[in-house]
Unconditional design. Structure first.
Length: 209
């Protein structure tokens, strides 16, 4: 009887070990200058891997940490835009950003001459985003998480702290323009672009700012 119980206990332990090996691990969090970023996320039912991440600075002040999640490796803006399936840009605020500062940044960035983007299609979505931030008395606050997702069949989905922030934006123009803000040829922070594209440190170019 004791022998049978011992064998059953060993079998149960072995099955538990096998189940643990077969169960996919939960996404681990990477830390970037004190900000936790998931190694992988689920968007529209698909697992996306952390492709690259960096910190955006203004006058040496850390403004936000940004991470790009993709289903596969992409080496350029063109490749990211051509990626099939969902994508995510995650922005973790590292300091407060007023509604006016946000409006100014969005206006400047989305009005840049980025090839392949119909800027007339950006005015409505950009206005929605600016107005959504303006409705918050303090604008965006340190610790806020803004996610910009591309969901096939739905469009651009924007959430703030895991809650819908604006109505989904149909069509690819707006998301393509958002990608161009950080990955385009005319970005001011080329080092951040290289980090998001997963370039080795030796290939990163120092920012022009």
């Amino acid at each position: 009887m004791c022998s049978t119980r011992l064998q059953l206990a060993r079998l149960a332990a072995l099955l538990g070990l096998c189940a643990g090996l077969l169960t996919p691990p939960l996404a681990r969090a990477a830390t970037l200058e004190g900000v936790a970023l998931e190694d992988a996320v689920q968007v529209a039912g698909r697992r996306l891997q952390l492709h690259g991440a960096g910190v955006s600075r203004s006058w040496l002040l850390r403004v936000y940490a940004i991470a790009l999640y993709l289903p596969e490796h992409s080496a350029s803006l063109a490749e990211v835009r051509q990626t099939e399936g969902p994508r995510r840009i995650a922005i973790a605020l590292m300091r407060d950003v007023s509604a006016e500062d946000f409006r100014s940044a969005i206006t400047d960035q989305l009005s840049s001459d980025e090839a392949g983007v119909d800027r007339t299609a950006l005015q409505g979505p950009a206005r929605q985003l600016v107005q959504a931030v303006a409705r918050r008395p303090q604008g965006l606050r340190k610790g806020d998480l803004l996610t910009l997702d591309w969901v096939p069949g739905t469009g651009t989905v924007v959430e703030l702290n895991h809650q819908p922030f604006i109505e989904p934006v149909r069509g690819r123009a707006f998301y393509d323009a958002l990608l161009g803000v950080w990955l385009g040829e005319q970005v001011s922070d080329t080092s951040l672009r290289a980090q998001l594209l997963g370039a080795p440190a030796s290939q990163r170019v120092v920012s022009r700012n």
